[in-house]
Write a protein that binds this ligand. Structure first.
Ligand SMILES: Nc1ncnc2c1ncn2[C@@H]1O[C@H](COP(=O)(O)OP(=O)(O)O)[C@@H](O)[C@H]1O
Ligand SMILES: O=C(CO)[C@@H](O)[C@H](O)COP(=O)(O)O
Length: 535
């Protein structure tokens, strides 16, 4: 599918008249954490691609897993994979505890991270592991196709593996040893390859396949490809007090910061272009799809024939009072969790939880099928869920990022600006609630490019890689070409006095709801409590 996608997107661009002969450099982005296992024939096949045939025909000649192909395994575990709890337990213990692992690699162990995935691959398919010459992330896999040889991993994206020692800038030996097992550290290190520190340094010229098939100049340079989230922070000159909320399939919350303050509750990664800066990230599996479930349930109540429209969901969310309280002095707050898929933050199995919160107490709302009354007025389902799911997702972001934001002038600690990117960034109701819950002294913004911030960041990275002057940082390069009025739009106000404080009061209840969910359906054997928040 990855291979077909590359030919498909370039073929469509060519049909639409894109002139690839002008491309001086190419970079890109791939979903983070996915792993691709190359066979021993990979380098030879990649180096001899024929521009008259498709990539699939040549790299997987006999279909998935065919022995003569470029891959030692027919599948690439992707970021939604949750099959590695056992391996995560081993990673969390390897350096003592999740805190030490987060200190070294920027994150505690996560199901999707490439280190636990490689360990599972090794244990489950020992022969395929032996037959593997190199292992790529999705980003470096994509760079490899364009380069015509297996490309190194990127200095930002490598941090999504639980294998990279961030402070010392090298593979973490104990963790590599864990994943390598009997085959040994040296063997796995050679599979992983060296990681260059410079995110803008060229890997070399583009493969002749793309020169012949799509008319790229043979001088076009391949600049390190990075992860989708690291690439997203390159789509604008992000200040350390700004936050990006990426509303794709996943929801992610991103900040760029000079401070390395890892904690098991979140992720720290190297900044993809700038040594000394780090990317702070929260990632949720239940982003867009969870919101879509509620949207569909609300649309199903009406006879409207456009069941994929967001209008009803948006009207319902914005016409419901803050935290479902008609009267804030007497009504309880509605607090819920909506996880149609197992969640990362907190680490729980799938489920839906609805609670009323008042005076430090939670009372559970039974699911609709268990309700005896026709409709519980304290929480009408699904109508009450429209606002509650947005509040829930945003409260989780606020809870976990509150120690990273500082005071903004006279205003309490909050982001300076909140930028919305990804598919959901076009939704005005989400923007309103983002401002109400997260604040944003200067307001809530979106990029003019809409949902494509991640691709734009990749393009800026390529431009920086081929055009930068000696020593010119990515930030300086982009700022010199930046046009605030043309590139970003303010959607709505951020901080609203009174409302923001009410959401602050809800945080304690929200943390209690998460604890209930963990007690009921937690996936971690040992519960980790950090900084007052349940991880
Ligand atoms: N108007 C909208 N309101 C809310 N969400 C939207 C809207 N349009 C698209 N989306 C959401 O955007 C998501 C896809 O975003 P995208 O950034 O393309 O994701 P990915 O990077 O995962 O491919 C979908 O889950 C969809 O629900
Ligand atoms: O796992 C993460 C980040 O750690 C995800 O953000 C993936 O990187 C892909 O997300 P979508 O593009 O599908 O939303």
């Amino acid at each position: 599918m990855f291979l077909e996608a590359i030919d498909l997107v370039l073929g469509r661009l060519k049909e639409q008249g894109a002139d690839f002969s002008k491309v001086a450099g190419i970079s890109g982005a791939g979903m983070q954490h996915g792993t691709v296992f190359w066979s021993k024939d990979a380098e030879t096949i990649l180096g001899g691609l024929d521009g008259d045939k498709t990539l699939v025909e040549q790299l997987e000649p006999g279909g998935k897993g065919e022995r003569k192909g470029a891959f030692s395994h027919p599948f690439s575990p992707n970021w939604q994979d949750a099959s590695t709890q056992k391996q995560c337990d081993a990673f969390d213990k390897a350096l003592q505890d999740p805190k030490s692992l987060a200190q070294a690699t920027g994150s505690k162990a996560h199901h999707r991270f490439s280190g636990p995935q490689i360990l599972r691959f090794h244990q489950k398919y020992p022969d395929a592991y032996k037959a593997t010459s190199r292992i790529s992330l999705v980003s470096s896999f994509l760079a490899s196709i364009f380069l015509g040889e297996v490309a190194p991993m990127d200095i930002g994206d490598v941090c999504g593996a639980n294998l990279w020692d961030i402070k010392n800038g090298r593979w973490q030996e104990d963790l590599v040893a864990l994943a390598a097992g009997d085959e040994g550290v040296a063997d796995l290190k050679s599979k992983l390859g060296d990681v260059p520190e410079d995110g803008g340094g060229s890997f070399g010229s583009i493969s002749s396949y793309f020169v012949k098939r799509y008319n790229f100049p043979s001088t076009s340079q391949v600049i390190p490809f990075t992860g989708d989230n690291p690439s997203t922070i390159l789509a604008l000159p992000l200040r350390s007090s700004d936050a990006i909320v990426s509303l794709g399939t996943s929801t992610t919350f991103l900040m760029s910061t000079p401070e390395y303050k890892p904690d098991p509750a979140y992720h720290f990664m190297n900044h993809p272009t700038t040594p000394g800066l780090y990317m702070f990230m929260l990632c949720y599996k239940n982003g867009g799809l969870a919101r879509e479930h509620i949207r569909d349930a609300i649309n199903n109540l009406s006879s409207s024939d456009n069941s994929k429209s967001w209008d009803l969901f948006n009207n319902t969310a914005t016409s419901t009072p803050v935290l479902g309280q008609e009267n804030p002095d007497s009504d309880p707050m509605r607090l819920g969790l909506y996880f149609p898929r197992p969640e990362i933050v907190p680490n729980v199995k799938d489920g839906t939880w609805r609670f009323l919160y008042k005076d430090n107490n939670l009372s559970a709302i039974p699911p609709p099928e268990a309700q005896t009354k026709t409709e519980d007025k304290s929480w009408p389902i699904p109508k009450g869920d429209a606002r509650a799911i947005l509040e829930s997702q945003l409260l989780s972001l606020r809870l976990r990022s509150q120690n990273l934001v500082g005071k903004q002038g006279d205003l309490p600690p909050q982001p300076r600006r909140v930028y919305l990117v990804g598919g959901g960034a076009v939704n005005p109701a989400i923007a309103e609630l983002a401002g109400e819950v997260l604040g944003g002294a200067d307001g809530v913004y979106k990029l003019d490019i809409g949902g494509n911030a991640c691709a734009l960041g990749g393009a800026y990275k390529a431009a920086w890689g081929v055009e930068r002057k000696k020593g010119e940082t990515f930030e300086d390069f982009l700022s010199a070409r930046w046009s605030e009025e043309d590139f970003v739009k303010k959607i709505c106000d951020g901080y609203r006095k009174g409302t923001w404080e009410r959401y602050g009061d809800a945080l304690k209840g929200f943390a209690m709801v998460e604890e209930k969910a963990i007690a009921e359906k937690g996936q971690d054997k040992d519960k980790v409590v950090s900084g007052g928040t349940v991880v």
